[in-house]
Write a protein that binds this ligand. Structure first.
Ligand code: NAD
Ligand code: AHE
Ligand code: ZN
Length: 375
């Protein structure tokens, strides 16, 4: 198949909010600096649902969504040296070129090399898509487009992993689990003994709890409006639960009262701007740090009294938990293989690509953390 167009099945989002359609999609061969991957497993993340909803300014239609996956390299374009056909890989929506201003700064995991293309659904080389249906181009998404049996990505967006790692599990390290762990370890740098608050106990929030437990946090307070989340959350390290619906006071006040003045670290893992405010304001005066992980819709803005920051609270955000993707995803896979981090526990459902619309329905129900699709 090398050098040839591949026709395969992919789930195409033709329009916002309209059911995805399994189509025969033509996938062009990889050009210079590109890699074509046979995707074997992909999970769904809340961000896929967000873009599908039409609220993401970077969501262009028609497109192929999906960014939490694992597969095997099918072929590589000219000049690609770091992976070859047969390698097991995880596509990374956050690239790592190791040579741009961002990569060389030592201050961020963001990479600038291909970001201008991935934000508008095309490849960097010719600013065109490698996907088409009957000659009509279909946009890429987040530089990954994993809801397809084959996808083409930039070589700077491919993490090569241990061939012994189970792809139906480690696909989760392509987004949600890594993001939550990294938010704690890289962005907040939580110290032993800290009091931590986690807003939203989906996969990302539970991974924050897991990371906080590993970092030695003394109290991990989970906040969710769905009390059913609390039982599972215990297994990920959450030590106390608060349901805002059980209180008349604002949730930030409830937490300040519970913690003798506020938490050391808080994490917003929902994407709700009023919760982001509460997460900042429940932090301890003088040092409390709040990390925004959730993605809020276009047009939404955060606010608080500047006095909150003047008096020492710190507001931060994180993309992919601050992990350098190509370098550290293989390391996260190794940690999983050594049973140092959980992954299997986040998988509540397994379906096939053909059942993707049911999988999205599940994502909106409380009982689903991650649903892994066999592609
Ligand atoms: P999820 O939907 O599984 O989890 C969200 C949780 O928040 C649910 O348990 C829900 O009951 C709870 N919730 C909703 N409204 C609430 C409220 N007002 N107060 C308290 N709890 C509330 O989502 P997820 O897959 O875990 O993703 C969480 C967020 O993180 C999403 O916005 C996603 O887009 C974003 N995300 C960001 C990054 C990043 O790199 N920054 C990476 C992955 C995901
Ligand atoms: N396109 C959206 C923003 C989306 C967003 O913030 N994405 C996160 C990853 S979410 C993964 O589930 C991210 O890493 N952002 C940094 C980046 O470079 O995209 C919008 O609102 O425009
Ligand atoms: Zn995601």
């Amino acid at each position: 198949t090398q050098g040839q167009v591949i026709t395969c099945k992919a789930a195409v989002a033709w329009e916002p909010n309209k059911p995805l359609v399994i189509e025969d999609v033509q996938v062009a061969p990889p050009q210079a600096g590109e890699v074509r991957i046979k995707i074997l497993f992909t999970a769904l993340c809340h961000t896929d649902a967000y873009t599908w909803s039409g609220k993401d300014p970077e969501g262009l239609f028609p497109c192929i969504l999906g960014h939490e996956a694992a597969g095997i390299v099918e072929s590589v374009g000219e000049g690609v040296t770091e992976v070859q056909p047969g390698d097991h890989v995880i596509p990374c929506y956050q690239a790592e070129c190791r040579e741009c201003k961002f990569c060389k700064s030592g201050k961020t995991n963001l990479c600038g090399k291909v970001r201008t293309a991935t934000g508008v659904g095309v490849m960097m080389n010719d600013r065109k898509s490698r996907f088409s249906v009957n000659g009509k181009p279909i946009y890429h998404f987040m530089g990954t487009s994993t809801f397809s049996q084959y996808t083409v990505v930039h070589d700077v967006s491919v993490a090569k992993i241990d061939t012994k790692a189970p792809l139906d599990k480690v696909c989760l390290l392509g987004c949600g689990v890594s993001t939550g762990l990294g938010a704690v370890w890289n962005t907040a740098k939580v110290e032993p003994g800290s009091i931590v608050a986690v807003f939203g106990l989906g996969t990302v929030g539970l991974a924050v709890a897991e990371g906080a437990k590993a970092a030695g946090a003394s109290r991990i307070i989970g906040i969710d409006i769905d009390s059913k989340k609390f039982d599972t959350a215990k297994n990920f390290g959450v030590t106390e639960f608060v349901n805002p619906k059980d209180h008349d006071k604002p949730i930030q006040q409830v937490l300040v009262d519970l913690t003798d003045g506020g938490v050391d670290y808080s994490f917003e893992c929902i994407g709700n701007v009023s919760v982001m405010r509460a997460a900042l304001e429940c932090c301890h005066k003088g040092w409390g740090t709040s990390v925004i992980v959730g993605v809020a819709a276009s047009g939404q803005e955060i606010s608080t009294r500047p006095f909150q920051l003047v008096t020492g609270r710190v507001w931060k955000g994180t993309a992919f938990g601050g992990f350098k993707s190509r370098t550290q995803v293989p390391w996260l896979v190794e940690k999983y293989m050594k049973k140092e981090i959980k992954v299997d526990e986040y998988i509540t459902h397994n379906l096939t690509l053909g059942e993707i619309n049911e999988a999205f329905d599940l994502l909106h129900e409380g009982g689903c953390l991650r649903c892994v699709l066999k592609v």
